[in-house]
Design a protein around this ligand. Structure first.
Ligand code: GRF
Length: 219
């Protein structure tokens, strides 16, 4: 089996990146995380990746001033140098232009802490509480030029409890993120996902793992 070479793009602590690194340790996992790139110097996830023996790079958007195109070219060059097959955005807090997105058609994944298409953008947990929804969750989707859009690969749902705060809800969602991102990457890397319009079809039908995405008591 030739494993897909994956780069994670991060801006912060990198807990989703860490979940992908952990999952990819399984011998039958069809992808390996070979590179972690941060647009923020000193992002916490860089140390985690280095400790796991993974190559890291910083492409600091600030050093490019307002030249977003130059920043993205540098990013793309870094990915090319490492012969990357798939890109996983994992808490990467920069909007990407259509040019960059176009380099990775159905080859770039993102995780968003809400059940898309609800609550695109930032502060999703606060907005879910404000809206009074009873179910919240996380989504892994292919990246398209429009922010927090694109064909959904996997979702995981959690209940919203009466006494939830933004912090408690975020923690419950994050636990689900750490399960669905490795699942989604595995499906994509194994070639089991085909995109038809805005829908992903999963070869093999319903993915049994989705049954596991109900949080256990107390979380
Ligand atoms: C996660 O909630 C992810 O869904 C969002 O940003 C956060 C990143 O957290 N896109 P981490 O850096 O993966 O811990």
């Amino acid at each position: 089996m030739s494993r897909k070479r994956v780069a994670c793009l991060i801006s912060g602590r990198g807990s989703n990146m860490a979940a992908l690194i952990e999952a990819a340790k399984a011998p039958d996992y069809p992808a390996e995380i070979v590179l972690v790139v941060s647009n923020v110097a000193g992002a916490g996830g860089l140390a985690t990746a280095s400790a796991a023996g993974i190559a890291t790079a910083t492409v600091d958007h600030k050093s490019f001033g307002k030249d977003r195109a130059a920043f993205e070219r540098a990013l793309q060059d870094t990915l090319a140098q490492h012969r990357i097959d798939l890109v996983c955005l994992a808490g990467f807090m920069r909007l990407l232009t259509p040019w960059f997105v176009g380099q990775w058609p159905h080859l770039m994944l993102n995780i968003h802490p809400a059940l898309l298409p609800s609550f695109k953008g930032l502060d999703t947990h606060a907005r879910a509480l404000e809206a009074g929804v009873k179910v919240h969750g996380a989504t892994v989707h292919f990246v398209v030029p429009e922010m927090d859009s694109g064909p959904v690969i996997a979702q995981g749902a959690v209940p919203v409890k009466d006494d939830d705060t933004e912090t408690s809800l975020a923690a419950r969602v994050l636990a689900v993120e750490h399960r669905i991102y490795p699942l989604a990457l595995r499906l994509v890397a194994a070639g089991r996902v085909t995109v038809a319009g805005n829908r992903c079809r999963i070869d093999g039908g319903i993915v049994p793992e989705t049954e596991l995405l109900v949080p256990s008591e107390g979380t």
